[in-house]
Ligand binder design. Sequence first.
Ligand code: UD1
Length: 368
Amino acid sequence: MKVINVVGARPNFMKMAPIIEAMNRYPDKIRHLLVHTGQHYDEKMSQSFFVDLGMPKPDINLEVGSGSHAEQTARIMVEFEKVCLQEKPDLVIVVGDVNSTMACTITAKKLGIQVAHVEAGLRSRDMTMPEEINRLCTDVLCDYLFTTDHFADENLAAEGVPADKIFFVGNVMIDTLLKHRALASTLDLSRKLGLVPKGYATLTMHRPGNVDDKRILTGILEALAEIAKELPIVFPIHPRTKKMAEQFGLGHFFNSGEKVEGIWITEPLGYLEFLHLNMNARLVLTDSGGLQEETTVLGVPCITMRPNTERPITCEVGSNIMVGNDKTRILEEARKILSGEIPQGRSPEKWDGHAAERIVEVLVEKLG
Ligand code: UD1
C-alpha cells in the first residue's frame, strides 16, 4: 500500500512521528511519503521538531505559508491535488485539526482516495473555533477514524458514523511523550534558566479567541501578572500572540531579561525543551489542546483558559481545569493550586505509548 502522511502545523509533528516509526516496521507492505504543507514554516515552529523527534525530512513541502483561512486552505488544496495526482496513493493520513488536516482530506476524497483521520471525534461544540470546523469537515469525509477516548467514539456514533469506521486506539501524542520523557528529563535548560522544580509555571497562549481582542488579552495578562508575582511564568510566545501584543501595545506585561521573573517570554521552544519544562512545572496555563493531554499524563495541574474543551477526558480523569478567559476565574483556580490544592489525575485508557502501532496494525489488516 502507498500512503501519504500529511503534516502542516506544529501540533501535527509529534502526532505523526510515531506513526511513521510504526510504518517502518512493515517495509514490505507500506511505502510512505511525508508531505509538509508549510502552514508553519519558522524554524522554531517547524524544522526544530523534526530534529527533536527524529523524523525524516518531508519528501515534499508545499510551502503554502500564512494567509487568511480561505487563502491558506485553498493554497493547500491546489498544491496537494498536484501531489495526489502525481503520486496516486492508496491512502492519505491526516492528524489533528489544523487547516492542513481539513484541506488535504477534502482534496484526497474528491480524487477518490481513502483518508484516515488520527485524533478523530473530538468536539468542542464551539463553532467560533476554526479547529472545530476542521474537525467536523474532516471526520464526515474520512474512511478510517482513529480515536483517543470514549467521548470521541460517542460523538462519532451520535453523528451517525458507522461503528466499523471507528477505531479506539489511544493517543499518538502520548506515544511521543512517553518515548521522549527520559531524554527530556536530562536536559539542563531549567538549570541554565535558574529554575527549580515546582518553582515556576509554564504558559502557552495563541487562540484567536484569546489573543485577537485587546480587552480579552489585557484581562488575561492582568491575571497572569498577578500569578507571576508569586510564581514566575515561562512563556514561549507564539508568533500570533507576539504580533497581537505588539499591535495592542501590551509589551509592558512581558519580561525578556536574563533572569526568569514575571511573565518571562522566550521564542517558541523545541519539543524536548518544552517537555522538560512542563515535567517540573508547578502549574501549566494554556489555551492549547495538546497540552491538556500532556499535563494529564505528566500529572501536572493544568489551567485551561478556554470556555470549553474538545478533550473532556482530561477533566474527567486528568488534572485539567477549565476557566475560560475571565480574569477572576483564572486567578481563583491558580490561587488554589498555589496554596497546595492540587487536582489529582491518572492516564486515560490506552494512553500507553502504543497507539501508533495499533493504527498501523488496523491499516495493514484492512488495506494489506
Ligand atoms: C495553528 C492551528 C491551531 C494550532 C496552532 C499551533 C489552524 C486553524 N490553527 O494556529 O489549531 O493550535 O497552529 O501552533 O490550523 N506564523 C509565523 N510563523 C509560522 C507560522 C505562523 O510567524 O511558522 C504567524 C503568521 O503571522 C500567521 C499566524 O502566525 O499569520 C497564524 O498562523 P496560522 O498557521 O494561521 O495559525 P496558528 O495561530 O499558528
